[in-house]
Structure formats: C-alpha cells, structure tokens
Design a binder for this molecule. Sequence first.
Ligand code: 5AD
Ligand code: SF4
Length: 363
Amino acid sequence: METEVDKILLKEKFNKKDIITLLSTTDTTEVNNLYKKAYNIKIKYVGNKVYLRGLVEFSNLCKKNCYYCGIRNGNKNLHRYNIPNDEIKKAVVYAWKNNFSSVIFQSGERDDSLFIERVNDIIKTTKRITNSEVGITLSCGEQTEETYKKWFNSGAHRYLLRIETSNKDLYYKIHPENSTHNFENRLKSLNNLKKIGYQTGTGVMIGLPYQTIENLADDLLFFKNIDIDMVGMGPYIIHKDTPLYNLRHLLMSKKERFNLTLRMIAVLRIMMKDINIASSTALQAIVPDGRVRGLKAGTNVIMPNLTPTKYIEDYFLYENKPCLDGDTDEYLYSLENKVNKIGDIIGYGEWGDPKHYFERQKK
Ligand code: 5AD
Ligand code: SF4
C-alpha cells in the first residue's frame, strides 16, 4: 500500500508540511524509500564520486562563547594552540600527495590583524607549495567583508559558515545574546561570502535542546531560499564543559539524533539536487561508519582529519570526536574500501566543486 511518505516522495516540490512528514517518519520501509530516492538523485545529478577535503584545525583560540562548543573562550580546561606553519605545510603536502581535491582550514573565531594576516599567509603558502593544485576552503567564522575579500583574492575559493539554526529565538538559546554573537551579522556574513564569489556553505546542528521538527524543516527551506552551494549538518553532541550540558535531559537519544540527521540529509538532497553535502565528523562520533552511512543518504563529501594528532585532543568541540581519523594511510585505505562497498568511488585529484555554484552564476 502506498503510504503518505511514498506519495510525498513522488512530488516535484515539497512544502513545509511534506518536509515535516518526511523528517518525522521512523518507519523502516519509509525511511529506506527516502534514502533510496535521495541516493538515486545524488547519482543522477552529482554522480557517485566522493570528494575528500583534508581538514586542518590550525588553531583552537576563539573569542566566542557558543553554549554548545568545547573550545568556547570560557572553557579554561584545555590548552590553546596555534599549529606552527611547518606542521600545517606538512598536512597540506600530505593532502596534495594523496590526491585530495582540497584542504579545509578551520579554527576558532578571531578578528585581530595578526590572525587575519596569518590566515592570508596560510592560503598563499598552500597555493605556492602545491602549484595551486589543491582547492582551499576556509572555516574561520564571521569576518568583515574586507577580510573575506582579502582571503578570496589570495586564493581561498570556498567558505563554510554554519548558521547553526535558522531560527532566531533558538539561536539565542544556544548563544549569548550580545554583539559578538549576532544572528543578523551571521546572515550578513553569508550574503557577503556569496556576493564576493565564494562557493558558500552553511549548515545546522540537529537535535539541539528546544529544537523542533518544524525548526529543522525551516532550516532546509532556509538553505533553499538563500540558494546555498554546500551544506554540512551534524547531530548535536554534548560536551561537559559547556553551558548546554545542563540541558542534556531535554535531548532525544544519540541514535535518534543520528537518524534524524540522515533524514535531514536525504530530504535536502531531494530538495537541492546539485549541491555538495558533507558527511560531518559528528556523524562518526555516534556511529563508527557514520560518514559512510551519510553517503547512502545523499552526501558526496568527506573531510578526513589531517590535524596532527598531538593537537586533536585540544580541538574537542564535543564528546567522542573521532581521533585517529585521517592521519594514517591505513585509515584512508579502509575508508576507500567502505566507500567502494556501497557503490561510490573517491574523486581523487578533482576539486569536486559544487555544480550548483556554476548554475547559480548563470542566473
Ligand atoms: N556538537 C555538534 N557540533 C558542534 N559544533 C560545535 N560544537 C558542537 C557540538 N557540541 C559544530 C558547529 C560549528 C562546527 C565547527 O562544529 O556547528 O559550526
Ligand atoms: Fe568558537 Fe566556533 Fe566553538 Fe563558537 S562554535 S565557540 S565560534 S569555535
């Protein structure tokens, strides 16, 4: 018998009620039909190639105090670091030599001139030592339009800035309500990134305290509305040295957050067929092969962690963050096997730019 979910899956366009129905189902057959549809759309529009982005978490210094994050400024229970340039270079060369399509430089958020110049140097050095063959993505938070332009002109061409939640009330339940944590400024930053010409990515956390299914449906409509090129979404995971830890009794189970994330990915793939969607690291923190499970629900990007091991434990955004992730050849080998097993292949040596970005330029 055809269920309501099956009927919705035949529609050309989903309305908010449809999205809520799709996100709410936990029926095994319905969920599998949802994944199947999303996976087929992925194959048809972006193909079965998985693009690797080597993640370098080059500094955990942060001026902000997001209530959920383990490296928030107020957490004094960790050592703050800046990875020296030669170690960053080593990670970049590893990515390049292993034919990764890109690297991502991620850090806590700072806006002092020392930081701005350092990021600029990292971009230029990466270009220089790899003959401009490695794509550069940044994930360094909210910056002025001028800073975004400077980094773009030096060679960064993608930028990730998660909105975290598109609901303003919820935003201020998970961030302090002050000028350093301003919802409108975050929106403005996303617009600036697009305007400057970055391939722009955003995303949300799933299963936050107080977050409803309706909020999540709105998040998906938000991505569509701002015509985003890339999305990374992950389950919210607790961290004991953060204020949100006190609200852990309000959360759904980890497993439920994981499954809801997969449904979010699948619905988004059907709604935005030609964007890049990443299997976030947080998926892996709940289920060992979480990121590969993400591929079956519609993702096409994985970011192996190339941060040198001795710093990884101080980049603890949340509990149980996978550790010995991407830093071994062995790990990459096993990742490739798992990817091939589900019918996908790794897109070595290609940048894997989101098709959506080029379609957007034509508009
Ligand atoms: N659980 C899940 N994701 C988190 N992030 C930060 N803290 C957590 C957490 N506790 C995510 C945020 C941020 C990204 C770098 O990491 O979405 O944008
Ligand atoms: Fe800093 Fe980003 Fe963590 Fe917020 S989420 S505290 S900006 S590192």
